[in-house]
Design a protein around this ligand. Structure first.
Ligand code: APR
Length: 310
């Protein structure tokens, strides 16, 4: 039987995610949005592209949750995106309410699903979904590190004029300005970039990666969606195909890296059971300090969430 993935939010990220899932022929897709007509229209449009794109994924668009029952994966992109001048954190009060609401609805009908959270501020939204679902920690995971690492990889490839396929990069921490790109663990054909570029150039690429989201918002006046959708689909594919793929994702830590009860970006193994392992890599002192700073920023948002509840 075909796997089923529900995508909540049929806006830029959600619709592009649905498109990529279908075009990779990974699963059937249920696209949900509160706006009437939009998920139905986008699903029909995607269905009409299927004969040309050569896939047999069924795509349903709907404003209710009935068709999402028994999904294997639920990807949540519902919420408002950034406008120029806004940080991801500015979205917290609106998106926390939306995240709680959609998580409660979708998990009732798909109690065994794995949740991939995309809405921002990412680490805080993972926390909301985790609490609203009551799911175990391996079944709630956030999309951030794959996107941030892809941005870093793209910049490394541009800088060195090499194939993106030769690049690997790790970006840890929260999905915000304090994220922690790790040049030591970022390589081209296995060679650390620290041996291929001057420190100045590395610093410039790190800075561009940290501000990668804002760079796109500045150009588009809304947030990015092609790369975020690709990143969410890479995670979904790893789970659907039980690939045991090591990817940087927001995961719920319970002591790993010295953090407790906090979602933050770390390397995880993604397979059929979701987050099957959190991989602890050795960090240098400056990397540890940067991760601590990033965790502090996420912790602050957790406090904001608590205050919203009261
Ligand atoms: N239920 C379902 N859909 C909802 C709900 C809800 N309660 N509230 C809002 N939505 C839908 C909107 O109607 C809209 O179609 O979510 C969609 C969001 O789409 P866009 O506005 O195009 O935003 P997008 O760029 O897709 O970003 C969505 O992902 O990357 C993050 O920061 C980004 O938080 C933002 C989210």
């Amino acid at each position: 039987m075909k796997k089923k993935v529900t995508v909540i939010g049929a806006g830029n990220v959600g619709a592009t995610t649905a498109q990529r899932l279908a075009e990779k022929d990974l699963c059937d897709v249920v696209l949900i949005d509160i706006v009437e007509g939009v998920p139905q229209g986008k699903a029909l449009d995607l269905t009409e592209a299927a004969p040309i794109e050569k896939h047999d994924s069924h795509i349903i668009g709907t404003n209710t949750y009935d068709d999402s029952a028994n999904s294997d994966i639920v990807i949540i992109t519902a919420g408002i995106p950034r406008k120029p001048g806004m940080s991801r954190d500015d979205l917290i009060s609106t998106n926390a309410g939306i995240m709680k609401n959609v998580t409660e609805q979708v998990t009732k009908l798909s109690p065994d699903s794995i949740l991939i959270i995309v809405s921002n501020p990412l680490d805080a939204m993972c926390q909301v979904a985790y609490e609203a679902s009551g799911f175990p920690q391996n079944r709630v995971v956030g999309m951030a590190g794959v996107l941030d690492s892809a941005r870093f990889r793209a910049f490394i490839a541009m800088e060195l004029n090499v194939s993106v396929e030769n690049t690997h990069a790790f970006v840890l921490g929260g999905h915000g300005d304090t994220m922690v790109p790790l040049p030591r663990y970022s390589t081209v054909a296995g060679i650390p970039i620290t041996e291929l570029m001057s420190q100045d150039r590395i610093d410039a690429l790190v800075e561009r990666t940290r501000k990668g989201g804002a760079e796109i918002v500045g150009l588009l006046t809304t947030s990015a969606y092609y790369a975020p959708a690709s990143a969410a689909v890479e995670m979904a594919e790893a789970i659907l195909k039980d690939k045991k793929k090591i990817l940087p994702c927001a995961a719920y830590l319970q002591g790993e890296y010295g953090f407790n009860e906090l979602f933050i970006g770390v390397p995880v193994k993604l397979g059929a059971n979701g987050v099957e392992e959190i991989i602890e890599i050795t960090l240098a002192d400056d990397e540890k300090a940067a991760l601590q700073k990033s965790a502090d920023a996420v912790q602050e948002l957790k406090t904001v969430l608590k205050n919203l509840d009261q």
